[in-house]
Design a protein around this ligand. Structure first.
Ligand SMILES: CC(C)(COP(=O)(O)OP(=O)(O)OC[C@H]1O[C@@H](n2cnc3c(N)ncnc32)[C@H](O)[C@@H]1OP(=O)(O)O)[C@@H](O)C(=O)NCCC(=O)NCCS
Length: 150
């Protein structure tokens, strides 16, 4: 498996992975209705814009099996193809994103975790940084290690 930067030709595949990940992996923690609202509650330019405006990285085996979006010091998206879940792909993408954020000089990573992914992030060193939002997300943060010369 390799991790590479996404390009605009990846948009359709990344949109499909996003929808499948939400529908298959967020349920049953979320209800089918909640997952459906999340899966469909974005405009069609959501993924192309992320590729253009954020740093999007894909995990690729024989095909793309997951992706993560970084917006400055925030993880803006993380989705893994259901057939590739529970094999470490999400963890690897998260580590890669944290390394890019840390390399850019940020001292902490921020994200809003959906209820289904809360445990995943807590087990990877994130802590709650605010109250649950109106749409059910949990604001989380993780301090980055400072470089040896700091
Ligand atoms: C959350 C999400 C990205 C995790 O992706 P993933 O690739 O399954 O993540 P990992 O495989 O790295 O870790 C998931 C679990 O599988 C376990 N695992 C990893 N490799 C494994 C292996 N080879 N065999 C068995 N289990 C394994 C991990 O230990 C982890 O369990 P833990 O959290 O108790 O440690 C994925 O479930 C997803 O896309 N969910 C829907 C969208 C979503 O919620 N995104 C986050 C929005 S904030």
């Amino acid at each position: 498996m390799q991790i590479r930067r996404a390009d605009p030709t990846d948009a359709n595949v990344l949109s499909t992975i996003r929808q499948q990940a939400i529908r298959r992996l967020a349920v049953p923690t979320l209800s089918v209705e909640q997952a459906e609202a999340w899966a469909t509650g974005v405009t069609s330019d959501r993924v192309p814009r992320a590729i253009q405006e954020q740093a999007v990285w894909v995990a690729e085996d024989v095909c793309v099996i997951g992706w993560i979006a970084v917006d400055h010091d925030r993880i803006a998206a993380l989705y893994v193809l259901p057939s590739a879940a529970h094999q470490g792909v999400g963890s690897l993408l998260l580590l890669h994103a944290e390394a890019t954020i840390s390399s850019a000089g940020y001292r902490a990573v921020y994200l809003d975790a959906s209820q289904n992914a809360l445990g995943f992030y807590l087990r990877r060193g994130y802590t709650q940084s605010g109250a649950q939002t109106a749409d059910g997300a949990w604001p989380l943060t993780k301090k980055m290690q400072r470089g040896a010369d700091e």
